[in-house]
Each structure stands twice: as C-alpha cells, then as structure tokens.
Design a protein around this ligand. Structure first.
Ligand SMILES: NC(=O)c1ccc[n+]([C@@H]2O[C@H](COP(=O)([O-])OP(=O)(O)OC[C@H]3O[C@@H](n4cnc5c(N)ncnc54)[C@H](OP(=O)(O)O)[C@@H]3O)[C@@H](O)[C@H]2O)c1
Length: 259
C-alpha cells in the first residue's frame, strides 16, 4: 500500500485524520515538532492497524522545511498517494499588537508550507494510479475576522488555492479536497491565546470532536468531494455569510471573537 503524508499529526485533527487513513490501510508519514508525541502515535498506529508508520520531526515555520521534507521522502523512495496539509494555528489579537515575526511564522506554516509541499510532492503523486490532496481550511475563511485577521485570510487562501488546483487537475489522477472545520476540541484555542472564559464557554456550545471532523474529512476525500464543511451548525453559519452584508458579518465576528 502507498503512503499518506500528514502534517501536524502529533495531536488534534491531524492525528485523527492520520488514524482514519490508517483504518483505510494507508501507510503513514507523520510530521510535526513534538518528537515524543509522534513516536507514541507512530507506535500505536503500527500495532493497532498493522501498517508502516514513519515520522519526521520538523518545524514547518522554517522556510526550507518543505524542501527538506520532500527530499527525505524522495530519498527514502516512499510511494506517496495522499498529501494532507493540516499543520496550522492561529494567533488571536489585534494585528498591531501581535509581533510581526510571529505572524510571518504563521504564514509560513499555514500558507507557504502548503504551497511548497504541494508543488514539490506533485511529481510523486502523479506517479500513482489515484492520488489525493486534502487541505485543511476553516469556517473562519468565509469572512474577515477582526482579531484573527491574518489567520482567517490564510484560510481563505487555502480554500481558493484548493479550488483552483482541483480544477487544474480535474482530468488527472489527482483529486483535491478542502475541508473547513468549525470549532473543534483540540489545543487550537489554547495555542491561539483564546483562553478567556467567555470564549471557552462560547466554543463549548458548538464544538466538534477531532475524530468526527477527521472521519468526515477522509470519507469526503476518498469520495473526491470539493469543498466540505463538517457539521450542520457550521454549514448554516457559513451559508449566512453569503446572504448577510459583509459589514454585518464582520461586526458579528468581532463580537464572537471579543475577549
Ligand atoms: N481546532 C479548531 O477549532 C480548528 C477549526 C478550524 C480549522 N482548524 C485547523 O485544523 C488544523 C489542525 O489544528 P488543530 O485544531 O488540530 O490544532 P492543534 O491540536 O494545535 O494541532 C496543530 C498541529 O499542527 C502542528 N504544528 C503547529 N505548528 C507547527 C510547526 N511550526 N511545525 C510543524 N508542525 C506544527 C502541531 O504539532 P507540534 O505542536 O507537535 O509541532 C499539531 O500537530 C489547523 O490547520 C487549524 O488551523 C482548527
């Protein structure tokens, strides 16, 4: 069986997606920074699903990380049929109050790494009879969000990039799917600095489990779906952004993401 590469596979949605792929008997290449978590995850998946699992410890905010990762895969002759661009995070706060370097690092992980890995790994994906690219966007992508300005814009990029690629590859062996989860119970809010009691309580009302999101993501990817939003509440809230004036959605979003 061929390999699936999952970035950000040490925890959260990425780990859950890797497990769904393991259930489908894909071998796995797991990537993240936390070596111990990757090692534990790899051992667990190997034993439970009887597949090959390798892991690469890499900080994807380094501009050369995608090239190093792609070279490692080519050097090891791993037949790759799935690329999951999942690694990502948000930084919450006013744009002028967030250090510029932190925001640029986030752009490297959320956008640049996805573009580079996709370009560098397409030659390997083209060699397979059937290959898949699964990109993780977010419901935040569907409107501008004050206090998540760069993050929400990154995720809009992910959706538009995925749709264009999907069209370009429509008559080939490569299917491109983009999934936009809403609030999901992972380390995401903590990492973003969204730790106020108000935000946590609000999130609890609409949150989905990462396993639920992953199940939907992998099943839709294998069915070659285009743009997927897991969860009815998330689909309704995104649908509203098409009918409500932009200025109003921004005001509502600003209220939701206020501390
Ligand atoms: N949770 C939500 O509410 C939500 C909603 C919509 C979209 N998403 C998207 O879903 C994706 C996964 O997020 P999550 O919710 O699962 O968050 P998470 O639990 O914080 O997991 C993030 C993953 O990305 C990895 N990562 C972060 N920075 C990295 C770096 N510099 N280099 C390499 N790996 C890095 C982390 O691994 P290490 O820390 O070990 O490096 C971890 O495996 C992200 O793209 C996020 O934007 C999340």
């Amino acid at each position: 069986m061929s390999y699936a590469l999952v970035t950000g596979a040490s925890k959260g949605i990425g780990k859950a997606i890797a497990e769904e792929l393991a259930k489908q008997k894909f071998n796995l290449i797991l990537v993240a920074r936390s070596e111990k978590l990757l090692q534990e995850t790899a051992n667990h998946f190997k034993q439970t699903y009887n597949i090959d699992v390798v892991y690469v410890v890499k900080d994807l905010s380094h501009p050369t990380a995608p090239e190093e990762l792609a070279k490692w895969i080519a050097d090891n002759n791993l037949p790759l049929s799935v690329l999951v661009n999942n690694a990502g995070y948000a930084l919450w706060g006013r744009f002028d109050e967030q250090p510029l370097n932190d925001q640029v690092d986030m752009l490297h992980v959320n956008v640049e790494c996805m573009v580079k890995l996709t370009h560098l790994l397409l030659p390997l994906l083209k060699k397979q009879q059937q290959a898949y690219i699964l990109n993780i966007a977010s419901t935040t992508a569907y409107q501008a969000i004050p206090t998540l300005s760069v993050y929400a814009a990154c995720k809009s990029f992910v959706i538009l990039f995925s749709r264009a690629l999907r069209y370009e590859f429509k008559d080939t062996n490569i299917s491109v799917t983009c999934i936009s989860p809403g609030t999901t119970s992972t380390n995401f809010m903590n990492r973003a600095g969204m730790t106020s009691e108000k935000m946590i309580k609000q999130a609890e009302k609409v949150t989905m489990a990462p396993e639920e999101v992953a199940k939907c993501a992998v099943s839709k990817m294998l069915k070659k779906k285009n743009e997927v939003i897991p969860g009815l509440i998330n689909r309704v809230s995104v649908a509203m952004t098409y009918f409500v004036p932009k200025a109003l959605t921004e005001k509502i979003a600003a209220g939701i993401y206020k501390n």
